[in-house]
Design a protein around this ligand. Structure first.
Ligand SMILES: Cc1cc2nc3c(=O)[nH]c(=O)nc-3n(C[C@H](O)[C@H](O)[C@H](O)COP(=O)(O)OP(=O)(O)OC[C@H]3O[C@@H](n4cnc5c(N)ncnc54)[C@H](O)[C@@H]3O)c2cc1C
Length: 458
């Protein structure tokens, strides 16, 4: 049965009410286009609510390209070009964001607008704006099937709401389900056999539904399906409370060395913690062991607080949640300790000696593993070690879109009336990163504007 309460004005439907969905909906509804957000969870917000709330973006094309040399340049440059206008639009709505000066990201300057006082408040604000403009939200619901006409134009969707199936006609469908960081099969296919060990940092509802629905009608997947944004965190038996992930994130892994259980280094740790997280998921049992000395600990392991709060010390905190940690006054003792965790101590000692030799005497890098920056030797006792695994925040591969946020088919042609934004899209970042909220903001607006422009009610 088709829903008729919207009359001839077929609405824009948006699947997912997180950053991208709420932005797209608010923009479309402000332009006077009837818009309905279908949200799987019992409230809107998705990972946006869990985020640090920093809407950040590179300042220019060359910085985007420097960090994302393998990213989709057309989409990446459009992201940069549309960022400040999108922020201006948010400000015109009275959105609670503050222009702040952010630390460099991998030595690259960036704009940063902070959700204030926090992302929860922003989520409530933007949800309220959408409703005030006349939008409608269906919670605890999802789309089961997309229905197209004989010209392959999307015509309607089947919604499962309260165990009931309803068919709603639409003029456009915008997919904004946040990617596939919580789908076991997609993760196994794209991230390998240890992917079931990933700690899910993002919301638990994003299980690739946008990708699956669009793929079922011939959508193309982007490059970088095996790429995700994440961080290193204490490995089991540590249990990290879901609302305290940031306290246990090992941002300083880029200053330390990492070995696997064979005792070998396996990546240039100095690139960034995100890349160490991606490299760790490929190691046995998705585990790596971070080793550092007192100098590194004092300089990078303890984050000085700027607001009178206690200093943040993820190593010390990890002991409280039963992480595998060791602190010893000699490397031999440290490694003996680690051999109880299954680490090969002889190879590990050789790796550390060879690494130190490389840093101090500029000899050839051990095991052919380079070390570009952060040339910190491991020489000053006491020595520290902690077992780590990978936390996944968002997936970076997804649906291939064009610069109008239209979902492309395998012949690179737009699927009529189908758009995607935020974590459901892919390829803008490729084994690199540049902000997740900015993707939802910029491409949420682009998707809504394109859907209105191409509005051809069926
Ligand atoms: C701990 C943490 C900190 C972060 N900090 C930052 C930060 O400071 N800055 C930054 O730029 N990024 C940050 N991010 C990333 C950022 O939050 C995400 O990139 C962003 O929220 C993605 O927006 P989205 O709309 O694509 O997905 P989401 O915001 O996750 O929204 C997706 C929505 O879709 C819903 N959904 C899923 N499946 C369905 C379905 N089948 N039907 C209906 N609804 C569905 C979900 O319930 C969810 O509400 C952080 C993320 C985490 C987890």
């Amino acid at each position: 049965m088709n829903v008729s309460k919207y009359g001839k004005e077929n609405p824009i439907l948006i699947l997912g009410g997180g950053m991208a969905g709420l932005i797209a909906g608010t923009y479309a509804q402000q332009q006077g286009k009837k818009t309905i957000i279908i949200e799987k969870d019992s409230k809107t917000g998705g990972s946006m609510r869990m985020s640090g709330g920093s809407i950040w973006c590179f300042k220019n094309h060359s910085d985007y390209k420097k960090i994302n040399s393998k990213g989709n340049t057309i989409l990446g440059e459009k992201l940069i070009d549309n960022f400040l206008p999108s922020i201006e639009w948010l400000i015109s709505l009275g959105a609670p964001i503050e222009n702040t000066i952010a630390a460099l990201y991998r030595e690259t300057d960036r704009y940063c607008f902070q959700m204030s006082p926090n992302s929860d408040y922003f989520a409530e604000f933007i949800t309220k704006k959408f409703l005030e403009f006349g939008g409608e939200i269906i919670l605890n619901a999802y789309i089961d099937q997309i229905e197209s006409d004989s010209n392959h134009h999307i015509k309607s969707v089947k919604i499962i709401d309260n165990y009931q199936t309803t068919s709603i006609n639409c003029s456009a469908l915008i997919l904004a389900t946040g990617g596939f960081h919580n789908d076991a099969n997609l993760k196994k296919k794209n991230f390998g056999k240890w992917s079931d060990k990933l700690i899910v940092r993002g919301n638990l509802q994003s299980s690739g539904d946008g990708l699956k629905l669009a793929s079922s009608i011939g959508a193309k997947q982007s490059q970088s399906m095996d790429s995700f944004y994440g961080h290193l965190m204490p490995a089991p038996p540590a249990e990290i409370p879901r609302d305290r992930f940031s306290e246990f994130t090992m941002y300083h892994s880029e200053q330390c060395i990492l070995i696997n259980d064979s005792g070998n280094r396996f990546t240039d740790e100095s690139i960034c913690d995100e890349s160490n997280a991606e490299a760790t998921i490929k190691q046995n049992n998705a585990t790596s062991y971070m080793i550092f000395d007192e100098t590194i600990y004092q300089k990078y392991g303890i984050k000085k607080s700027i607001s009178g709060q206690p200093d943040s010390d993820p190593f010390k905190k990890s002991i409280e949640i039963q992480a595998l940690t060791a602190k010893e006054d000699s490397l031999e003792k440290l490694l003996s300790n680690m051999s109880n965790w299954g680490v090969n101590k002889e190879t590990a000692l050789k790796s550390i000696i060879s690494y130190n030799d490389y840093i101090v005497n500029k000899t050839k890098s051990s095991q052919g593993i380079p070390r570009e920056k952060n040339l910190n030797p491991i020489l000053t006792p006491p020595y520290y070690a902690i077992a780590l695994t990978t936390g996944i925040t968002i997936t970076l591969g997804g649906l291939e879109i064009n610069e109008n946020a239209q979902v492309l088919n395998t012949k690179n042609l737009p699927i009529k009336n189908l758009y995607a934004a935020g974590g459901d899209t892919g390829g803008i970042y490729n084994h690199s990163y540049g902000g997740g909220l900015c993707l939802g903001l910029v491409y949420g607006i682009i998707a809504a504007a394109s859907a209105i422009k191409n509005n051809n009610d069926i």
